[in-house]
Design a protein around this ligand. Structure first.
Ligand code: FES
Length: 153
């Protein structure tokens, strides 16, 4: 059963797109080529993408734009992949991430260069912006704190 909107009352019917198959916990999941991993998993009924480190609470999609990290999963052996901004690839292996996740044995920096993220920026560019693997909130707070003297009422 699919949870996709096939014929939207306002937007009309979904466009025909080629399909790929990804593996979620070893099981095949049909996806549209180029769509985010999170979208494919939601359509397939997956409701837990990761669990938190301390309380083991389930998490899933929250912001949907690559800022909150609630959707991180282990993708092709690489933990902390934001699935809402990562495009599916044929044969991609996706696993639920528990806590901080663990790297698949033998994976390293080479895995980072093969990322299929939807955004056009590079991981290095993200690091410069202070957003790699997290949000920009701490940096934004720091900027506000140093903007100068506070205005008095
Ligand atoms: S849902 Fe927030 S980063 Fe993916």
């Amino acid at each position: 059963m699919t949870r996709r909107v096939i014929d939207h009352p306002v937007l009309g019917p979904a466009a025909r797109r080629s399909r790929v198959t990804i593996l979620f916990a070893g099981e095949p999941v049909e996806a549209f080529a180029g769509e985010p991993v999170a979208a494919a998993l939601l359509a397939a009924g997956v409701r837990v993408f990761r669990t938190t480190s301390k309380r083991r609470e389930p998490r899933q999609l929250f912001c949907g734009i690559g800022r909150c990290t609630d959707c991180v999963m282990i993708v092709d052996g690489q933990p902390n992949v934001r699935t809402c901004v990562t495009a599916v690839r044929e044969g991609m292996r996706v696993e639920v991430q528990h806590g901080r996740g663990v790297w698949e044995r033998g994976r390293g920096e080479a895995a980072l260069s093969g990322s299929s993220r939807l955004r056009t920026g590079s991981r290095a560019a993200d690091s410069r912006e202070g957003t790699a693997g997290g949000t920009a909130r701490p940096a934004a707070r720091a900027e506000r704190a140093t903007d100068g003297p506070e205005e008095s009422a």
